[in-house]
Design a protein around this ligand. Structure first.
Ligand SMILES: Nc1ncnc2c1ncn2[C@@H]1O[C@H](COP(=O)(O)OP(=O)(O)O)[C@@H](O)[C@H]1O
Ligand SMILES: [Mg+2]
Length: 369
């Protein structure tokens, strides 16, 4: 690539051209009027640092044979294959651009070849009485991944936006209810009626607690996880959570009094609140039970939470821990387990589950002590 062309001189005069070329995410090759490779951009150079040569193949994935009459004067070692050479020749002959030609870029790894899908554009252009061909190559595989991620992120944000506005809107209902029953309480002397109003008010407060927890979950899903760690007594933590949840089913706790975990109390509270709340919601009225067992090892704790409920629906098993995965609940947000996973990850722990339809669900959590 030592051939100094008019074009190369131009690049030296105006470094802006070089800067623009180097800033592009595509691989760019410029060929001169003899079909010689005269310039590549930074993207190509970066690729060449990791791979000795650049070999493309056509749409079918096969390496392309050079057409016999390709007249290329230099035998550039960088581009060994004929996929590009044939294309350059085609453009030079027809003076027409080629857009979106499919092919593959081959990357040689120690024991296999990886093929990356590419799209190629080739454009003829004239400069100072010479003809050039500029070839740009896009790695569509990565673009696709990027676009898919972008769509997922946008989806995530719209789910969050919608849920927050629904929750905030719905906060009014239990609040109005509470205010109403308070007024009624003031006006009645009947013991029975008072009991009924107390119960209704308790239900309203429970609903508010759940809604606030939903908002906490959303915050956990969006924010970076910064942990405020202390030594936490695990049994006390579970008793707190169960107390807050008003569980109507039997909860069997098998936790030694003196097991501690070093973690963020509020966040772990959030974790067990979500799992136990889901377990409670999965049980039919007045039937079934929930079990919590904590086993202590040298450096870790294993926490097993199981219920005898309806089981996790097949429809969401694969994406259970992703934001917005909810199924079969009128007020579900799908933020609970997403937030659980994020918190467990932040504690360098692990979480998995087993679930059988109408038999029950078990969550297994590992946490470093
Ligand atoms: N213990 C369980 N038993 C049955 N289904 C469960 C259990 N835990 C979670 N699920 C299912 O997983 C879904 C996601 O749970 P979660 O992330 O807490 O969101 P939400 O409870 O708001 O729907 C629930 O909608 C439910 O269908
Ligand atoms: Mg939930």
């Amino acid at each position: 690539m030592s051939i100094v062309t008019e074009l190369e001189k131009e690049f030296e005069k105006a470094p802006i051209f070089r800067a623009i070329l180097d800033s592009l995410p595509e691989m760019i090759f410029i060929f001169d009027n003899k079909g010689r490779l005269t310039k590549v951009n930074a993207k190509v150079q970066i690729f060449l640092k990791q791979n000795k040569e650049i070999i493309f193949s056509d749409e079918s994935g096969k390496e392309v044979e050079c057409k016999l009459d390709v007249e290329i004067e230099d035998d550039n070692p960088l581009i060994r294959d004929c996929f590009i050479r044939n294309i350059v020749k085609e453009v030079r002959q027809t003076k027409k651009a080629i857009y979106n030609r499919q092919g593959y870029l081959n990357i040689f790894l120690t024991n296999k070849t990886k093929k990356i899908k590419i799209l190629l554009n080739a454009l003829p252009f004239r400069f100072e009485n010479s003809d050039y061909v500029i070839v740009t190559i896009r790695d569509v595989q990565n673009i696709k991944k990027y676009e898919e991620q972008h769509i997922k992120d946008m989806h995530k944000f719209s789910v969050i936006g919608e849920s927050v506005s629904t929750i905030v809107h719905d906060l009014k209902n239990p609040l109005t209810g509470l205010a109403g029953y308070l007024e009624l309480l003031k006006m009645t002397d009947s013991k029975e009626k008072k009991e009924l109003f107390y119960e209704k008010m308790e239900q309203g407060i429970d609903r508010l607690k759940t809604m606030l927890q939903d908002i906490l979950n959303i915050a956990a899903g969006i924010n970076d996880m910064i942990l405020d760690k202390t030594y936490i007594n695990v049994k006390e933590l579970f008793l707190d959570v169960i107390n807050l949840l008003n569980i109507e089913h039997l909860v069997k706790l098998k936790i030694d009094e003196n097991i501690y975990v070093y973690g963020d109390r509020d966040k772990l509270h959030n974790v067990f609140w979500n799992i136990l709340k889901n377990a409670e919601e999965a049980l039919p009225h007045g039937e079934g039970e929930i079990k919590v067992e904590v086993i202590e090892y040298d450096k870790t704790l294993k926490i097993i939470i199981s219920d005898t409920g309806k089981g996790i629906p097949e429809e969401i098993k694969d994406e259970l821990f992703t934001l917005g995965a909810t199924f079969g609940k009128s007020k579900g947000t799908g933020f609970g387990l997403a937030s659980v996973k994020k918190i467990i990850d932040a504690h360098n722990g692990r979480i998995r589950f087993e679930s059988l339809t109408n038999k029950g669900t078990t969550f297994y959590i590992r946490l470093p002590k």
